[in-house]
Each structure stands twice: as structure tokens, then as C-alpha cells.
Design a protein around this ligand. Structure first.
Ligand code: LMR
Length: 347
């Protein structure tokens, strides 16, 4: 009899347990509160890929934007920055953005010219005299017009960022006159305007991804390259090149962009947060980039045995005279009115 009662009680308990499971009495409907994850259900993650080092005008502005966007949105936006071509390189980042594989990138203007030839205007040598000219154009009507052109490419243009003026480095020969570049193999970004610039000087331009420049300088398949001091320093090009010419002949800046569908998927208040964070990060970038290039110049001067020549006024005038042909080309073949608008903004 005792055995029977125990077995009956056991069976009843088992049945109760089964009924409880089926009805979900033991299921937790809500996650435990975790202050670190307070907006988990409505959080938007922005993966932001770029090709330069972290300690550069673009790298630091990207981190600044990440910090501001996260703060303004009270954690609903999280920006993950991937520097140094960790995710994508020059030749695949634009497609990755358009396909929605990545949410944000910031390639140089030059790398946009294949998609939109009008952007070549920013590759024109000696277009800007100083950082003040750059600020005026980047934050003015011409800058807005450039960003608006991205819309039909399924891209949301957010801002234009600055790195700095470009200089020329070479391995075996100093460069004072453009003729000194004759016959040299020089790396450029993927821009026909930049290739034309070196062809005018009689050099052999080679378009190459940024992440390959160091190894090609090292194995001597390139004689030289043009870049900002900040890139020359942070990527160690100065260790492989004997000569540097401070020519300030061109400007390197960035198109900061977001995938358009992703942008549209953001609630309006978060779009506002992104825009405000971008405005602040852009002002910060425009202020800091000049100083960063100056600081890196001092570091190269102090620690490397580089032979550095700054163009004299007369030498620069000669360079400008030769490069006028490129301005004429843009006027004749691309868009004379747009160049005029930019020149007006500068003056
Ligand atoms: C380069 O390819 O030299 C630059 O565009 C790299 C960069 O993004 O500054």
C-alpha cells in the first residue's frame, strides 16, 4: 500500500512538471536587466572601415565620431571602427558600402573619381592655397554639391574630412624641379587626374592600393610616392625613402559616407544624432589635421635621416605653371562651371 501511494504521488508530480513545461511556467519572458545593454533591442551597429592608421586625421576623427554618436544617442548607436584595411581595402570598400556589407567608409576623394569624374576637381594641383581654403570649400556649397552627387549611387554623403597637403618622397634622387621626376616610377591613388599629373612631369605613375605601398617601396618596385606627412609618418614610408620634397602640390581629403538603405533604416531622432555627431567630428578634424601633419613633420625631421627640401617660391611657381594644363583639362573636358564655383568660394 505504501509503495502504491509513493508511486502515485511521484506520477502526479511528474505530470505537474510536464504541464508546467508545456505552458512555459518556468520560462523567463524578459531578459534580466543589464545596464550595459539597456537598448539592446533597438541598438544600431555601424561598422566603419578605413585604410589608414588610427593615429591620423581620419583615424582619430572616426574615433571621435564613434564616441559622439554613441553619447548623443544614449547608446542606441554603436560605432565599430576598423582601421588599417582590416576589413576592406581601397579596391573593395566602395562596393562593400554599396552592397550594404559595411555601413560607413571614408575613402579619399581621388578614389571616388572613377565613380563620379566631377570629383577630380579636388585632385587638381594647387587648387587650395591653405587649410582655410579647404575649410571654406568642404563646408560650403561646393562641398554640399559633391556630397549630393552620391545620392544616385545609393550612398548617403555625410561630410568631407581633411588629411593634409601632399608631398613627394623618392628613394634615390632629390626632386626640386618637376623634370627631376622624369622616368621615375611613382605610386598614386586610383585617379586619372593624379596619373596625368605625374605624366606631365615625365614620370611613370602606378595606381596602387594604399596597403601595398610599404612593401613595394621596400622591394624597390617603386621609386617614390606622393602623400601627406601624416600618412608618410604613420605608415613608415619615411624609413624607406631618402628624399622628401615639401611641395604642397595637392590636397588629400575624404568623402565620409554611409550606405543609403542603412541610413534610411535609422529612426529620425537617430539620423539627427548621427548628423550632429558628424558635424562636431568634422569641425574637430578640420581644426586638428593641420597640426597633426606639422607634428609628424617634426618627428620625421628629428628621427630620420631624410633629406628634406621645401620648394622655393620660384620653384613652386614653375610647378604651378606646368600644372595649369590640368586645370585647363578639367575646364574643357569635365565641368568648367563647377571649377569656377569652387574658385569663387576660395576667393
Ligand atoms: C592613399 O591611398 O594614399 C590615401 O588615400 C590613404 C588615406 O586614406 O589617407
Amino acid at each position: 500500500m505504501r509503495k502504491f501511494i509513493i508511486a502515485a504521488i511521484g506520477t502526479i508530480l511528474l505530470l505537474l512538471l510536464l504541464i508546467g513545461f508545456r505552458n512555459g511556467f518556468w520560462r523567463q519572458d524578459s531578459l534580466p536587466f543589464d545596464s550595459e545593454q539597456k537598448h539592446l533591442n533597438s541598438q544600431f551597429v555601424i561598422n566603419f572601415s578605413h585604410v589608414v592608421a588610427e593615429n591620423t586625421p581620419k583615424g582619430l576623427a572616426a574615433s571621435k565620431f564613434a564616441e559622439l554618436a554613441e553619447k548623443k544617442s544614449d547608446g542606441r548607436i554603436q560605432v565599430e571602427v576598423y582601421p588599417n584595411s582590416l576589413l576592406y581595402s581601397d579596391d573593395d570598400e566602395l562596393r562593400a558600402l554599396q552592397n550594404g556589407d559595411i555601413q560607413m567608409i571614408a575613402p579619399s576623394f581621388s578614389k571616388m573619381t572613377r565613380l563620379i569624374p566631377k570629383w577630380e576637381v579636388l585632385d587638381l594641383p594647387y587648387l587650395f592655397r591653405d587649410y582655410e581654403d579647404v575649410r571654406r570649400v568642404f563646408t560650403g556649397k561646393a562641398g554640399d554639391a559633391l556630397l549630393d552627387m552620391l545620392d544616385k549611387e545609393d550612398i548617403k554623403g555625410l561630410a568631407l574630412w581633411s588629411n593634409g597637403f601632399k608631398q613627394i618622397t623618392t628613394a634615390n634622387k632629390p626632386v626640386r624641379e618637376l623634370a627631376d621626376l622624369k622616368g621615375l616610377t611613382i605610386r598614386t591613388m586610383d585617379s586619372d587626374m593624379l596619373a596625368k599629373q605625374f605624366e606631365l612631369a615625365g614620370a611613370r605613375p602606378v595606381k596602387l592600393n594604399f596597403d601595398l605601398v610599404y612593401s613595394r617601396l621596400k622591394n624597390h618596385s617603386l621609386d617614390g610616392e606622393e602623400n601627406t606627412i601624416s600618412n608618410i609618418y604613420s605608415k613608415g614610408f619615411y624609413q624607406l625613402q631618402k628624399y622628401m620634397t615639401i611641395s604642397d602640390h595637392g590636397f588629400l581629403g575624404y568623402a565620409v559616407m554611409m550606405n543609403k538603405d542603412f541610413w534610411k533604416s535609422l529612426p529620425e531622432d537617430l539620423q539627427q544624432d548621427v548628423q550632429e555627431a558628424m558635424e562636431e567630428a568634422t569641425l574637430w578634424n578640420l581644426k586638428q589635421s593641420e597640426q597633426m601633419n606639422k607634428d609628424d613633420y617634426q618627428k620625421i625631421k628629428a628621427t630620420s635621416g631624410m633629406d628634406i627640401h621645401t620648394l622655393t617660391q620660384q620653384e613652386q611657381k614653375e610647378w604651378e605653371k606646368t600644372f595649369r594644363a590640368l586645370h585647363d583639362y578639367y575646364r574643357g573636358e569635365v565641368d568648367a562651371d563647377f571649377l569656377k564655383e569652387i574658385e569663387k568660394e576660395i576667393n
